[in-house]
Design a protein around this ligand. Structure first.
Ligand SMILES: [Zn+2]
Length: 274
């Protein structure tokens, strides 16, 4: 019998019985969580923040080693047939390294599905943009599960309304799930508010350090920073969350077209309503 070579995505879809990519990923992560619970793991499994280390061990990683000399943020290295996850402690912040670890766990999870289809399957060094994209999506689901976030968003919307609360929620997601603000923003946008633009703005340079869904970067950044300056002059700037920032000065009513929250230094987390 000839062996079937099954691509990562096909393996995940086949094992989970889902045709849709996103559902397949959700089911894969749910099954890994169930497996962890069945094996008695609790911390980092039954409630957020979810701990990729637990899943790494469960899916066969014999060790998680730090390697400051590696050229990438993370990789799986085989010691004989044993996979060892290597992480670069110099690459990114603590929460970014958590995401890197979750990404490597996703590679293990994919191999786990491929082995279910072909028990003789031998994992090798994973390469390829497509596989890495899939691993990113699995990692995101592992750290911030889609259904959970959507449910929290719906509960909050029903209870208190969502107007002016997007920034608070993004910060809350980052804290609750122990992920970076950027990852919280990406997840929030894709699951809760697809038409919202979100970015981290460096106020002194008028530059976005990162942004998703914001349409005209340069123009909006300048508008925001100028608006803030105007607000300060007229002493009506709100140094906290707000839906839109209004301020009245000699020229009339000025509106900063973002809700924003000031972070450390002159960094702002900003939201543009779509
Ligand atoms: Zn990878």
């Amino acid at each position: 019998m000839t062996k079937r070579v099954v691509s990562p995505l096909r393996a995940v879809k086949e094992v989970t019985g889902a045709k849709d990519r996103s559902i397949a990923i959700q089911r894969l992560v749910a099954s890994i969580r169930t497996l962890a619970k069945d094996r008695g793991y609790r911390v980092g499994v039954t409630e957020s923040p979810y701990e990729p280390r637990v899943y790494a061990r469960m899916l066969g990683a014999v060790d998680i080693a730090e390697d400051a000399d590696m050229l990438v943020a993370g990789a799986i290295v085989f010691h004989g047939t044993d996979p060892v996850i290597h992480l670069n402690p110099k690459s990114g912040s603590r929460v970014q390294q958590r995401f890197t670890l979750a990404h490597e766990v996703a590679h293990l999870a994919i191999w786990y599905t491929q082995k279910q289809i072909d028990p003789s399957y031998r994992p090798r060094r994973a390469r390829g943009k497509r596989t890495d994209q899939l691993c990113h999506e699995i990692a995101a689901e592992l750290l911030v599960p889609q259904d959970e976030l959507r449910q929290e968003w719906q509960d909050l919307s029903a209870k208190v309304g969502i107007r002016g609360r997007k920034l608070q929620i993004i910060e809350q997601v980052a804290r609750q799930y122990d992920v970076s603000l950027q990852m919280a923003a990406v997840r929030f946008r894709e699951i809760c508010a697809p038409s919202t633009g979100i970015g981290m703005l460096q106020g002194e340079t008028c530059r976005f350090l990162w942004s998703i869904g914001i349409r005209s970067h340069a123009e909006l950044a300048t508008k925001f920073v100028n608006g803030l300056a105007t607000a300060r002059e007229s002493e009506s700037a709100a140094e906290s969350y707000g839906f839109l920032t209004y301020c009245l000065n000699r020229e009339g009513l000025h509106i900063i077209p973002f809700s924003w929250h000031r972070l450390h230094g002159s960094h702002y987390l900003v939201v543009e309503e779509g």
